[in-house]
Design a protein around this ligand. Structure first.
Ligand code: AMP
Ligand code: GLY
Length: 425
């Protein structure tokens, strides 16, 4: 089969590596892709993920058998619907199901209606009403822009003043654009965070192994929220008991709720969970693979990825026996200094060859490209996701940090405490 992946980050590189291993994939394509993905796939850097007409034309020209849509924007924007209408076989939720991520108000209302455990909340379309509500609310409190905001539309406010400023930022100054036309104000919860990605075929859900992300830019969870600075899998805090609770009260109920609403979900649901003193709660849903969760999860999956993707599309996931290696993986993101605010791009990346032929080590490209001379240069805030597998989390962490020394570029920055939580487990 000829497979086209839509996207350009470390997540897409990890998906491409899994696809490349599949005996059933004859040729891989990627739009726009990056310099790492280009080692195993034909990339078309000139086509953006929101250029639906160009993607359809490209898929026709290359006679693609299956399109895998990975990022949130095109999923929420309806790329799956557009490709299906053009006759393609596609992996990913349609727009009416991707709203699970596209609107926080929708997902909160869904959870409330179907009794899926999450933080208490209120939704506001009017900034004055939101400001008035805050006067009676308990601090800290969490403000969320309704729509997609590159993972940055969430503000945790410790004081009433901060919260009022947050409402103005989201709803009046439109810091996150139209994502802030509506907002959710919710109860602040405490506990450890766990990410669980799950394959879904509309009816059946098969959760993958767990992971823990590190969203803040700096060590000790300081600094601004980012797309994710590294993570590890599995999470030692995701016990069998927690898993059973989530399967019963969160995973299957979510899939059933979407079906009951006439929004059958096919693809991957990413459950952002918080293990609170009162039990697991949903922090957020994403309608896609996580980045960098994918990097530590897919490399541990034993199944042929195409078999699972096919089962999700065909509604036969109940017949798939999902298997993961009994080991661990850690991913450390090498970013451009200054990310997520301001950073320079275009610096040469050296040492990539050190990963060639090494088992258990991966250098996933998140933001890279070829310059005019054919050299691989930095092209984003997150540049590489250096990933290693080990028998234990500690071993995987030591190997991943060792491998961060093998590659270099100007302004290379990383957190030095990815996986530190393992020591407390
Ligand atoms: P989200 O994009 O919804 O995952 O939110 C980003 C981050 O904000 C999460 O990973 C949490 O660390 C934090 N967060 C979101 N909602 C809450 C909440 N209700 N209570 C405490 N922290 C939260
Ligand atoms: N790493 C978090 C996300 O992909 O949304």
């Amino acid at each position: 089969m000829k497979v086209l992946i839509v996207g350009s980050g470390g997540r897409e590189h990890a998906i491409a590596v899994s696809m490349h291993k599949s005996k059933r994939v004859s040729k891989l394509f990627c739009v726009p892709g990056n310099a790492g993905i280009a080692q195993i796939a034909e990339c078309e850097p000139s086509i953006g993920v929101m250029e639906f007409d160009k993607i359809v034309a490209y898929a026709k020209e290359k006679q693609i058998d299956l399109v895998f849509v990975a990022p949130d924007d095109p999923l929420v924007g309806g790329l799956v619907d557009v490709l299906e209408a053009a006759g393609f076989r596609v992996f990913g939720p349609r727009a009416n199901a991707a709203i699970l991520e596209g609107s926080k108000a929708f997902s909160k209302d869904l959870m409330k209606k179907y009794h899926i455990p999450t933080a208490a909340y209120e939704t506001f379309d009017d900034p004055q009403e939101a400001l008035a509500y805050l006067e009676t609310a308990t601090m800290p409190i969490v403000l969320k822009a309704d729509g997609l905001a590159l993972g940055k539309g969430v503000l945790i406010c410790n004081t009433l003043e901060e919260a009022k400023a947050g409402v103005r930022e989201i709803m009046l100054d439109k810091h996150f654009g139209s994502a802030g036309n509506r907002m959710v104000i919710e109860e602040f919860m405490t506990g450890r965070e766990v990410s669980v990605l799950a394959w879904v075929d509309g009816k059946t859900i098969k959760p993958m192994t767990s992971a823990q992300d590190h969203k803040r830019a700096k060590d000790g969870d300081q600094g601004l929220n980012t797309g994710g600075m590294g993570n590890f899998s599995p999470s030692p805090f995701y016990t069998k008991e927690v898993q059973e609770f989530c399967e019963k009260y969160i995973y299957q109920p979510t899939v059933d709720a979407m079906r009951a609403e006439g929004r059958e979900f096919k693809g991957v649901i990413f459950f952002g969970l918080m293990l609170t003193p009162n039990g697991p709660r949903v922090l957020e849903y994403n309608a896609r693979f996580g980045d960098p969760e994918t990097q530590v999860v897919l490399c541990r999956m034993k199944n042929d990825i195409l078999d699972v993707v096919d089962a999700c599309i065909d509604g036969t996931l109940d017949q798939v026996d999902l298997e993961f290696e009994d080991n661990a993986a850690v991913c450390v993101v090498l970013a451009s200094d200054g990310y997520p605010v301001a950073y320079e791009k275009g610096f040469e990346i050296t040492g990539l060859e050190n990963f060639e032929g090494r088992e258990d080590y991966y250098c996933f490209h998140a933001g890279s490209k070829f310059d005019a001379n054919g050299k691989i240069v930095t092209n984003g805030g997150r540049v590489l996701g250096v990933t290693a597998k080990g028998a234990t989390l500690k071993e995987a962490r030591a190997k991943a940090y060792e491998a961060t020394k093998w590659v270099n570029f100007a302004n290379k920055y990383m957190r030095t405490d990815i996986g530190k939580a393992i020591d407390e487990a």
